[in-house]
Design a protein around this ligand. Structure first.
Ligand SMILES: [Zn+2]
Length: 257
């Protein structure tokens, strides 16, 4: 891989900030999982919206009124998530934490790839596909045994106790963010002295506001994304490139000097 001299300097500077930081927060979005083959399902033009009405099909309202419509839309996405593997960006972030650094990941993704890569401290702002909850009796179930029949045969997951429809524990449009996760995210943001935004265009509130909170508390800010974000002007370092190539380079330098 050939990196420009400007990028080399940015990588070295970013690694220096990571080495010095005592509390790191990494805010990740869809862009960190696209190299693992998962489309950005919140973005128009990702191929997932064009088949149905934008936003509406992934809403709580659709799930409640016509769950079969929701599940039909969700099935290919669930398949891509189920079979996806962490990419070098996920792995490098986990290695940084394992090297003894205090590091919290706040993610907008529902794919569980940070955990698959070995990260311990992960705050999921949009829920997870790893568990399902019954819409009838509210019992929780691990997704494992329901996902495969759903993905392969379209079998809509049903409660083993009351036969109610099981809803993936992902936050749909029209749903509140999980309060506990949001409070954890805000606390970590206030405490951090370095925030890395990785693969998020920072377009979905309120998570998109976290980098400004970090800056207001005196933290350094690094943004790595393939498009511009609104906080680039206030960031210490901005690298507009692929997270799966850039983050491992930074972490290698940060961990090994
Ligand atoms: Zn039930």
């Amino acid at each position: 891989m050939t990196l420009s001299p400007a990028t080399q300097t940015a990588l070295a500077d970013a690694a220096g900030l990571f080495r010095k930081a005592r509390h790191v927060v990494v805010l990740t979005g869809a862009g960190i999982s696209t190299p693992s083959g998962i489309p950005d399902f919140r973005s128009e033009g990702s191929g997932l919206w064009s088949r149905d009405e934008p936003l509406e099909v992934a809403s709580l309202n659709t799930f409640r009124t016509t769950p079969e419509k929701f599940f039909k839309w969700f099935r290919p996405l669930a398949g891509q998530i189920y079979y996806a593997q962490p990419n070098p960006a996920h792995t490098a972030l986990a290695e940084f934490e394992h090297a003894g650094h205090q590091s919290v990941i706040i993610t907008q993704n529902i794919d569980g790839l940070h955990q698959k890569a070995g990260s311990q401290q992960v705050v999921e702002m949009h829920g997870t596909l790893q568990t399902l909850s019954c819409t009838g009796c509210y019992e929780h179930f691990p997704a494992e045994e329901f996902l495969k029949p759903f993905i392969e045969n379209g079998t809509i997951p049903q409660c083993l106790i009351c036969n109610g429809i099981l809803k993936p524990d992902v936050i749909l449009f029209g749903e509140q963010l999980p309060q506990a996760a949001w409070q954890t995210a805000q606390r970590a943001t206030r405490q951090c002295d370095l925030m890395l935004v990785a693969g998020s265009s920072l377009e979905v509130l309120p998570v998109a506001g976290l980098p400004v909170q970090a800056l207001d508390h005196g933290a350094h800010l690094i943004v790595i994304n393939n498009t511009e974000t609104y906080v680039d002007v206030r960031a210490d370092i901005v690298i507009t490139d692929n997270v799966a190539t850039i983050i491992p380079e930074i972490m290698r330098r940060a961990i090994h000097g």
